[in-house]
Write a protein of this length. Structure first.
Length: 323
């Protein structure tokens, strides 16, 4: 994750005009006259800027009228022996600044001409932001130049969080599923979206065929699925396969005994699985050596035995015992 900050606002600096008086030979005192005339000059300059900004028109253009007034006043001052020096040239209207001057971006401005390059709002009384040599109010600067949050698409005014090759408000970078802000454990990504560890595993990690919980570390692959090693056991007795071999029935693993029990291939005589030759009698299966008379224990031959209850007898023993 990366954290950054946006640009800090700049403040405009202003100063008062600095007239350079030449004292007349008669009263009033030179300093008083210079002060009064300078104030008048400043008022006229301010009026000129206001009229030019609002685009007012008369029979004689306002700019021309005020320019003539200023020229006439300047001549009158010079005849009185007073020289009023302009405090600068406005970077917006390119005219001399006779009154209050505002200094910003390395230039001088009429206060009413130092405005936002986007919305035109005056910036002389508050902070502003600079971009490409132009001044902007705070709202327009952020709308035009600040990075955008990948979640809300709004401008990021203060701290910027960078993740997944995008920028975010720190409070908007959270788990896509549960909405919790990520802690020290961080996040996991899927299809360009962030998830907490718990939800990522629940949604995208492979599931154990035995317990259906996510498989995150040690696992084995069998029966077209993955298993926790401790979950891959006989479905019937839950015993692990120590020899490494197992029997499959309907997609589940079984030990040999329980597989044959499910299949009905257990010897009725010894209770062990019948894997080779087999004798079937009375719906039961036997190893050939276990298909014997229950009384004399002699081996029986199919077709030459008698059944009584669930036991098999040879014909001589059956005759002796039951007739």
């Amino acid at each position: 994750l990366g954290v950054d900050t946006t640009a800090s606002p700049l403040s405009a600096m202003s100063s008062t005009p600095v007239p350079v008086p030449k004292p007349p030979l008669t009263s009033p005192p030179p300093t008083e006259a210079a002060w009064q005339l300078d104030e008048l000059l400043a008022d006229l300059g301010h009026m000129q800027s206001k009229l030019a900004a609002t685009g007012q028109r008369a029979e004689v253009p306002a700019d021309s009228l005020l320019d003539n007034m200023l020229d006439s006043l300047t001549q009158d001052l010079q005849e009185l022996g007073i020289t009023a020096a302009p405090t600068g040239v406005c970077a917006a209207c390119c005219k001399p600044i006779a009154g209050k001057v505002l200094t910003a971006l390395g230039k001088t401005w009429h206060a009413e001409h130092f405005t936002c390059a986007r919305c035109g709002r005056e910036l002389d009384k508050g902070p502003f932001f600079e971009q490409g040599g132009r001044a902007f109010c705070e709202e327009d600067y952020h709308q035009a130049f600040s990075p955008r949050c990948a979640y809300c698409a709004g401008p990021i005014r203060e701290k910027v969080l960078t993740a997944l090759e995008k920028t975010w408000h720190p409070e908007h970078f959270f788990c896509t599923r549960c909405g919790k802000v990520f802690g020290d454990e961080g996040f996991l990504e899927h299809n360009g979206k962030p998830y907490c560890h718990q939800d990522f595993l629940a949604m995208f990690a492979p599931k154990c065929q035995g317990c259906e919980r996510p498989v995150t570390d040690n696992y084995l692959s069998a029966l077209q699925g993955v298993w926790h090693t401790e979950c891959f056991v006989c479905t019937e007795c839950l015993t692990g396969f120590s020899g490494g071999s197992f029997f499959e029935l309907e997609g589940r693993p079984y030990c040999e005994l329980h597989f044959h029990q499910r299949q009905g291939t257990i010897c009725h005589g010894c209770g062990r699985p019948v894997t080779g030759r087999c004798i079937t009698a009375a719906g039961r299966r036997y190893h050939p050596e276990h298909f014997i008379c229950a009384y004399c224990l002699g081996r029986l031959h199919k077709g030459t035995f008698c059944e009584c209850g669930d036991k098999m007898y040879c014909q001589p023993c059956h005759g002796k015992l039951f007739f």
